[in-house]
Design a protein around this ligand. Structure first.
Ligand SMILES: Nc1ncnc2c1ncn2[C@@H]1O[C@H](COP(=O)(O)OP(=O)(O)OP(=O)(O)O)[C@@H](O)[C@H]1O
Ligand SMILES: [Mg+2]
Length: 492
């Protein structure tokens, strides 16, 4: 049945509803905070909402009618062509795009579908420029941190507390290269497990290194540890921790100060030697003159007075002893009368042994020599070298018990003469080893504590060095190393 009035009102309603939809769409289009654009199949922009215009800082008039490609930065043109192809073939596209607006390039997340309205494509664009920039900043700062972490000369360790009662005290997240080198860690698996085997030495007790690091986390100043490696090696390491460098993650720095401490120790010794050298020169000078007159007059008196020969002999012997001590002192000062010549150092050693033979026999000590060569020429002051040999062999005799042996050997390797003197005495504890060569350092009741100091000085003047190895209860070995080629005359 055809009712004309009814038909027209139906059409009106349809029209009304369409208009309502359009109004609604237009409202949404104009008010959403995301950018919205429509474009035709050629890519020409037909609509742009205010949000999109604002994002690109352009007017609607500028944008509408523009080709999409003119909004695309040159370096992104190629990828846009791919997007376009995807859109054409799939009818939709979702991805990241870059548009250049007024003086700026922005990154958008774009969702495009086709045929939304009158055969047009529509894109919804969300500005993610800041998000991307933040991400980039994060990547950059992570990269910077990596560079510092990996390139640092100091050992670095990132770790977290292990709050559980069992297992290792801390969990190591990362170790940088310097730390791996310091602790001789070669493989990259489970650092915690590997470092758990390290100990520290403190007050004669051993503690776990990781446990100590955990306990000292709140300490504001660096702590110095003697670290004991699983293979028994020892190094002095300065440890400094920073709490919560990132949430719940702590940073510990390691600095190997073994060499630095050794150098400081050496410097201290050298300085002491210098001061003492000057002092000795002065004293020796002052004593020598009256001593010469004393000796002269005693000799004169000896000629005049008879019957006291024994006393005179004792006085002369004692005066000579004083003179030899004074001469020993003089070695400390600038050597004046010393004369360097090419001397046979094997012969010097033989003479030394002859000299000390009697004392050794008395104590029932056997001196065994291993002098492979009969002749080793060395540019030196022979009396001084003999003095060194005497001092060291005498010390060896003094610590040797009855019936023990002293081994003396002399070898030449790589332009160095190595003289070793080994005894079977009580040995020297580690803290005392450091003090050898210090003036007046003695553990003997009647010792002066100058023998080794003079010896160190003489050997240094000859460009060589003295090294000492010792084991408590077993004995000590003194190595005298002398470079054959360098005739070092004086160093200060
Ligand atoms: N072979 C050794 N074994 C054990 N300890 C040693 C040995 N050589 C040196 N020492 C220690 O080093 C100290 C210093 O030695 P040094 O020769 O300088 O002085 P001294 O022997 O005590 O006195 P002197 O000046 O009369 O030689 C000794 O007192 C001793 O404790
Ligand atoms: Mg001595």
């Amino acid at each position: 049945m055809f009712i004309p009035g009814q038909e027209s009102s139906y059409k009106d309603r349809e029209m009304e509803s369409k208009l309502e939809h359009l109004q609604l769409f237009s409202n949404i289009f104009n008010q959403v905070i995301d950018g919205l654009i429509t474009f035709d199949k050629h890519g020409t922009i037909v609509h742009a909402n205010p949000a999109f215009c604002k994002l690109l800082q352009m007017t609607k008039e500028q944008i509408v009618g523009m080709h999409l490609s003119s909004l695309i930065p040159e370096e992104n043109i190629e990828e846009h062509l791919t997007y376009w192809e995807i859109l054409k073939s799939n009818g939709r596209f979702f991805g990241e795009v870059r548009f250049k607006g007024n003086n700026q390039i922005k990154t958008f997340e774009m969702s495009t579908s086709s045929e939304v309205y009158n055969g047009l494509y529509m894109s919804i664009l969300r500005d993610i420029t800041e998000k991307r920039e933040m991400e980039q900043k994060l990547i950059d700062s992570e990269r910077k941190f990596r560079k510092i972490f990996d390139g640092s000369l100091e050992g670095m360790m990132l770790w977290k507390m292990n709050e559980q009662d069992e297992g290792e005290p801390i969990n190591i997240i990362e170790l940088n290269q310097a730390a791996k080198t310091l602790f001789s860690i070669t493989n990259d698996t489970n650092y915690t497990h590997q470092l758990h085997k390290f100990k520290i030495h403190y007050n004669d007790e051993e503690y776990s290194l990781l446990q100590s690091i955990k306990e000292l986390l709140n300490e504001t100043e660096a702590t110095t540890f003697e670290v004991i490696y699983p293979d028994g090696r020892k190094k002095i390491v300065e440890v400094d921790s920073k709490k919560n460098i990132i949430t719940d993650t702590n940073l510990t720095l390691f600095r190997n100060v073994t060499e630095k401490l050794k150098m400081e120790e050496q410097l201290r010794k050298t300085e002491m030697l210098n001061v003492l050298g000057e002092l000795a020169a002065g004293i020796a000078h002052e004593i020598r003159n009256p001593l010469t007159s004393l000796k002269g007059f005693i000799q004169l008196l000896h000629g005049e007075i008879t019957g006291y020969s024994m006393y005179f002999n004792i006085i002369m012997a004692e005066l000579e002893r004083i003179e030899s001590i004074v001469n020993e002192f003089l070695v400390l000062a600038k050597p004046q009368a010393v004369q360097y010549i090419n001397a046979n150092i094997v012969k010097i050693m033989k003479e030394t042994i002859d000299l000390l033979h009697a004392q050794a026999i008395m104590d029932n000590i056997e001196i065994i020599t291993e002098l492979k060569k009969e002749h080793i020429l060395f540019y030196c002051e022979p009396n001084q070298i003999k003095q060194v040999f005497i001092n060291i062999v005498k010390n060896a005799i003094e610590v040797s018990g009855k019936g023990s042996k002293i081994l003396i050997s002399m070898t030449v390797d790589n332009d160095n003469i190595r003289v070793t003197i080994t005894d079977q005495g009580e040995g020297i504890p580690e803290e005392k080893l450091k003090r050898l060569g210090e003036p007046f350092y003695t553990t003997k009741e009647r010792g002066t504590g100058l023998g080794l100091m003079v010896s160190y000085k003489i050997i240094k003047q000859h460009g060589g060095k003295i090294e000492v190895e010792s084991e408590i209860g077993k004995g000590s070995t003194f190595h005298i190393l002398l470079p054959i080629k360098t005739p070092v005359n004086d160093d200060e």
